[in-house]
Unconditional design. Structure first.
Ligand code: GTP
Ligand code: MG
Length: 200
């Protein structure tokens, strides 16, 4: 799929105020700093459509982007950032879970995981929660440029083994690098396929 247009639509913290249009929607979620906003820029061929930062906690709201005039990409705040105060962490968590529970247009959640790290309880718990709530998701491993191919393979194997302790099968996953444009075609082809099968 070619991205012909990508426009910022709106930012907000209230699910009720998200765009009303019944367009297929894909959301990026994961720990702060994992590379959600960078991935959106990579997919849309734009340097700073979504705001990125080396400091975790950059994205604080629900951001909608309209792609090719007929579907939405959503950039969300990260979870699990220790330096955010407890009360704002709670607020974040509330609107993130509300977003996933209430957003009818959501076709698939992409859970981003830094490929360098061991499986983290917070990600595993979040995927468990998605599963329990019947929300379809795929995993996107990020920052693949930071590992050699052999190490990438090893880390994926480890991840898969941990997932198989609680899941019947490994969810669909993608290996990406926003700095090297890795995984873009596969991810866009997948979204394209979902778009053509969905009826909202
Ligand atoms: P929050 O909005 O704070 O939750 O973070 P985020 O998940 O949106 O991460 P963001 O895209 O802002 O990227 C965080 C940092 O990781 C930035 O310094 C990026 O340049 C860097 N980064 C993101 N993707 C990649 C990647 O594929 N490779 C490398 N090497 N660095 C990356
Ligand atoms: Mg961000």
């Amino acid at each position: 799929m070619d991205i012909k247009s990508a426009e910022f639509v709106m930012s907000n913290s209230e699910i009720a105020k998200c765009p009303k249009a019944l367009l297929p929607e894909y959301a990026f979620i994961g720990r702060s700093n994992v590379g959600k906003s960078s991935l959106i820029n990579m997919l849309t061929n734009r340097k700073s459509l979504a705001k990125t930062s080396g400091r975790p906690g950059k994205t604080q709201l629900i951001n909608h982007f309209l792609i090719n005039k007929n579907w939405h990409l959503v950039d969300l705040p990260g979870y699990g950032y220790a330096r955010v105060s407890k009360s704002s962490k709670k607020t974040f968590q509330k609107f993130i879970t509300q977003y996933f529970s209430l957003r009818e247009q959501l076709v698939c959640a992409f859970v981003l995981v830094d490929i360098r790290h061991e499986p983290q309880p917070i990600d595993l718990e979040f995927m468990q929660w998605l599963g329990e709530n019947g929300i379809p998701f795929s995993i996107i491993f990020t920052k693949a440029d930071k590992l050699k191919p052999k190490a990438t393979e090893r880390h994926i194997d480890t991840y898969q083994n941990v997932m198989l302790e609680t899941w019947e099968e490994m969810p669909k996953y993608f290996i990406t690098s926003s700095s090297k444009n890795t995984g873009k075609e596969e991810l866009l082809a997948y979204i394209d396929e979902l778009n053509s099968n969905i009826k909202l």
